[in-house]
Write a protein that binds this ligand. Sequence first.
Ligand SMILES: NC(=O)C1=CN([C@@H]2O[C@H](COP(=O)(O)OP(=O)(O)OC[C@H]3O[C@@H](n4cnc5c(N)ncnc54)[C@H](OP(=O)(O)O)[C@@H]3O)[C@@H](O)[C@H]2O)C=CC1
Ligand SMILES: O=C1O[C@H](COP(=O)(O)O)[C@@H](O)[C@H](O)[C@H]1O
Length: 485
Amino acid sequence: MESMSFVLFGATGDLAKRKIFPALYNLFLDEKMPEAYSIIGLGRSSLSHDEFQTHVEESLKTFSRRTVANNAEFGEFIKAFRYQQLDVTKPEAYKNLLTFIKQREKELNLPENRLFYLSVAPEFFDDIALNIKESGLGTTKGWKRLIIEKPFGHDLESARDLNTKLSRAFKEDEIYRIDHYLGKPMVQNLETLEFANPVLQAIWNKEYIANVQITASEIVGVEDRAGYYDQAGAIRDMVQNHMLQMLMMTAMHLPKKISADDIRDEKRKVMESLRLLSKEEVGAHIIRGQYDAGEIKGEPVVKYTVEPGVDAFSTNDTFVAARLWIDNDFWKGVPFYIRTGKRMKEKSTRIVIEFKNTLKDLYQTEDQKTAPNLLVVHISPNEGVSFQLNSKNPLKNGMIEPVTADFSPVTKEVPEAYEILLFDALQGDSTFFAHWDEVELSWKWVQPVLEAFEENSIPLQTYPAGSMGPEASDKLLEENGFHWW
Ligand SMILES: NC(=O)C1=CN([C@@H]2O[C@H](COP(=O)(O)OP(=O)(O)OC[C@H]3O[C@@H](n4cnc5c(N)ncnc54)[C@H](OP(=O)(O)O)[C@@H]3O)[C@@H](O)[C@H]2O)C=CC1
Ligand SMILES: O=C1O[C@H](COP(=O)(O)O)[C@@H](O)[C@H](O)[C@H]1O
């Protein structure tokens, strides 16, 4: 891995302290950082280098999965951090930043490889990219890369506009759009499950698969993010990015070779085949929900519209379920269901592949009924893969029962999504970052849904906090003879 400067916009913010610093620290402990590097944090606040290093240390003590010891090794890590106060909206400030970066490059004998990480509000993304270009920060003898956080646009038009602006300063292969779900070990493992197992590869299609169910349920509510969430809703916050990325990863077909370009090509093909809904069709395939008061783990929970910062008459979606169709040769006729919501019964992200139960009529009697085979990819909170088979239970007179073969790695050791993604970006591997084609096609699918929601042309179903969403979400599957697993 090449030595570099890591330039972090928004270094005094929430994401930096909760995810980015801990990820860098754990990469350091795993000896996955470059041989030489400088980390330059930027923010509006006025901080000395020492104060910034203390801020980083405190964030690691609170959020790192590994403990922080006050030893020489830690000293080695923290000494790479420097801080610069910079108002991102002031073009003249970038000149000072360039001088500072060059000075550090000289001190540490670093090549001009610069990785810029935009961990600031999205309204700044395009300005920062432009200022990097105009100030000469992006003119390097080495490489430059831009990591950009979500949300990438608010709708199709704004996403296109942002992309056009970014592409004036960075080429597509220099842009790393973070979708942290793509860094989750079990989402990455989908590729291996599908392509490294000939048995699964042979049956990964419409001949054998009855339906696919992707769930991302959360216990938390809107928390302290009402300002953002009440405008975004589950459709923008989760569906446009994480849910559709998981769908792409599940439905993509065998690439010519395992490379970033080939995998992203296959993902794009999935999105190109995704059946677009007209605004009028949205009601038949999409369930829009909002949580009502309820109870979670024995504690009462208030309804969404009385949460701090939420509009009392808000019609924002805190739950979305959808039935999607991929009209290609592999998946024609196989429904893909997705559901995601806040204030649900459990925190669970999982993908369930339900296989066709073609042998169920072979067994005639009640005690010989068979359940469908299920392949379940457990993404969080616990990582693993399980496979449900039918087997005779010798203790129950040979009655046929479903049994589960389970694989779960030791979760304490599993790296976090941000660690995995940062390591990839440091190495220049963009496989698990969202390509613009995927982002644009996702927005294309989402756009009529956004419009139907905005026009209130489909009902807003309420669901009690602590449930698995509105009843209408169950009916969506019942219409095709299925139920949620
Ligand atoms: N927090 C999270 O869990 C997640 C965040 N994201 C995304 O990450 C990005 C950052 O979010 P988050 O850390 O929560 O945001 P915060 O509001 O916590 O932090 C914002 C950062 O931007 C800096 N900033 C604001 N205005 C300026 C300015 N004019 N010039 C320079 N710096 C400025 C702040 O500096 P200062 O504090 O010094 O004023 C601060 O460092 C957003 O795009 C968000 O959508 C994505 C997923 C999850
Ligand atoms: O991006 C987001 O993801 C989180 C859920 O992430 P997870 O890793 O905990 O599954 C969600 O709470 C948040 O609203 C959204 O912005």
